[in-house]
Design a protein around this ligand. Structure first.
Ligand code: A3D
Length: 321
């Protein structure tokens, strides 16, 4: 089987980790594009020089020229500014929309058949803009947010219950902002409801609820927690690892059910917006969207999150994008 070609647009913090993970996992040859001269060339040279140690033969190329992404099967986009302390993801809108428009034009021209995974913030708006400018079919344009948000939620649950995180199944839906919706009722440890385990641990339903609420709000603010500690940028190891899980689902045609920012065509009662919901990912991109029943409280939280996405997209359109 010919090796896949994976283009990474944006060679900053996340882009660099993506390139290294792809090389170590031997997922495909890498083209790392950035507008800063010599920078992606330096990163890929550094990673390539670990090839002997990593035991990988994938080819890594750094570039400032879009023509080098020609023939890419998968494109992962991180171009754009990250947050600084005190900023919301939405504060990045104008700057990153300008960047995303350029990127979409470059990818459309040089990798028209690729499947595109977007990570740049504000996520839901950037995915919307990429699809609009590129005109790619919606099943080939998706955003990474839910895999990371769900991994953060799962990690906090594992720490709290002192069990392996591998046994935690917990999903976060909605937009990738402070209104995201961690699904408490569906969260389980290999089938055992997390709430039941918490109630047994604390022998007090009110205390269990309080502990869960703290994990839910930590999940919603988890990106900001890292930004505050790093001071110079935002999370990059975990977003890269999350996008790699999505890329693997596509490369290996795994049909994994992952919370993904996908275009909704009436599913979940939402029409014409990109939002995070469970989607099955395989070699063609989005294979199908999986609907699930939300109770009144979950539906209200989901509606609030959808409204936040709608406002963000309307703001972007008002800015002329
Ligand atoms: P950073 O290290 O600044 O890298 C961004 C790179 O984009 C830099 O190397 C820039 O030179 C490059 N760039 C700027 N303009 C262009 C352009 N026109 N074309 C190509 N490249 C360009 O940031 P990062 O890697 O830490 O984060 C990248 C993006 O991901 C930011 O928007 C973050 O907010 C976002 N992010 C998203 C998540 C999600 O889970 C959705 C998590 C963390 C960060």
């Amino acid at each position: 089987m010919a090796r896949k070609k994976i283009a990474l647009i944006g060679g900053g913090q996340i882009g660099g980790v993506l390139a290294q993970l792809i090389a170590q996992k031997k997922l495909g040859d890498v083209v790392l594009f950035d507008i800063v001269e010599d920078f992606p060339q330096g990163k890929t040279l550094d990673i390539a020089e670990a090839s002997r140690v990593d035991g990988t033969d994938v080819v890594l190329k750094g570039t400032n020229t879009y023509a080098d992404i020609t023939g890419s099967d998968i494109v992962i986009i991180t171009a754009g500014l990250p947050r600084k302390p005190g900023m919301s993801r939405d504060d990045l809108l104008t700057t990153n929309a300008k960047i995303m428009k350029q990127v979409a034009e470059g990818v459309k021209e040089h990798a028209p058949n690729s499947i595109v995974i977007i990570i740049s913030n504000p996520l839901d708006a950037m995915v919307t803009l990429f699809q609009k400018v590129s005109g790619f079919p919606t099943h080939r344009v998706i955003g990474q947010a839910g895999v990371l948000d769900s991994s953060r939620f799962s990690t906090f649950i594992a720490w709290e219950l002192d069990v392996s995180v591998r046994d935690i199944n917990a999903m976060v839906l909605g937009g990738h902002g402070d209104t995201m919706v961690p699904l408490v009722r569906y969260a389980n440890v290999n089938g055992v409801p997390v709430m039941e385990m918490l109630e047994r641990k604390y022998k007090d339903a009110a205390k269990a609820k309080e502990v869960m609420e703290a994990m839910v709000s930590r999940t919603k603010m988890a990106g900001g927690e890292v930004v505050k500690l790093l001071k110079t940028g935002s999370a990059f190891y975990s977003p890269a690892a999350s996008a790699i899980a999505m890329a693997e689902a596509i490369i290996y045609d795994e049909n994994r059910l992952l919370p993904t920012c996908v275009y909704l065509n009436g599913e979940f009662g939402v029409d014409g917006y990109y939002v995070g919901v469970p989607a099955v990912l395989g070699e063609k991109g989005v294979v199908r969207i999986v609907e699930l029943t939300l109770d009144e409280e979950e539906q209200a939280a989901f509606d609030k999150s959808i409204n936040a996405v709608k406002t963000l997209v309307a703001d972007m359109e008002r800015l002329g994008f």
